[in-house]
Design a protein. Structure first.
Length: 164
């Protein structure tokens, strides 16, 4: 199974693609970045276009997206929600199922601790994918963590289904 993980943002959107189920391997990762002064409609259009190209090129089976953390900054959460909606649309337009994970769920699945910091996430992504260095920048590592989280959840769901 090939999974595209997405860490949404309108300035920096991280994406990461992994293959496999038991033995997971890295396919590709990166960050789509835009200058903050770029109008939001232009950024969203570019996000959609580039995500559609990534999906067409790498042909994931499923897409996993991190849900925005609202916290105290409503404006930031709204921007992340816009990027999330664009990612959902890019996946839906290519007929892909989309799954959603909170930041705490991703941290719990990948590091075994829901309060992990960025450095811990990057290190666990490095270890789980057998990389010599953590994938830079943190947006890409976060997206790979979302993909790894979904892979683990899918394997668990399959294990439960097999037991029924």
């Amino acid at each position: 199974m090939r999974i595209l993980g997405i860490d949404p943002g309108t300035i920096n959107l991280g994406y990461g693609i992994v293959d496999g189920e038991e033995q997971v391997r890295l396919v590709h990762y990166g960050v789509l970045s835009f200058p903050p002064k770029t109008p939001i409609e232009e950024r969203l259009h570019c996000l959609y276009t580039k995500l559609s190209e990534i999906i067409a090129k790498h042909k994931p089976d499923e897409v996993a997206i991190e849900e925005p953390f609202v916290g105290h900054n409503i404006r930031s959460a709204l921007a992340i929600g816009r990027a999330q909606a664009v990612a959902i649309l890019a996946a839906a337009n290519q007929g892909l199922p989309v799954y959603y994970y909170s930041p705490a769920e991703v941290k719990q699945r990948v590091t075994n601790y829901g309060g992990s910091d960025k450095g811990q996430i990057q290190e666990m992504v490095r270890i789980q994918l057998g990389l010599s260095q953590p994938p830079p920048p943190s947006d890409a590592a976060d997206a790979l963590a979302v993909a790894l989280c979904h892979n683990q959840q899918s394997r668990f769901n399959q294990w439960i289904a097999d037991r029924s």
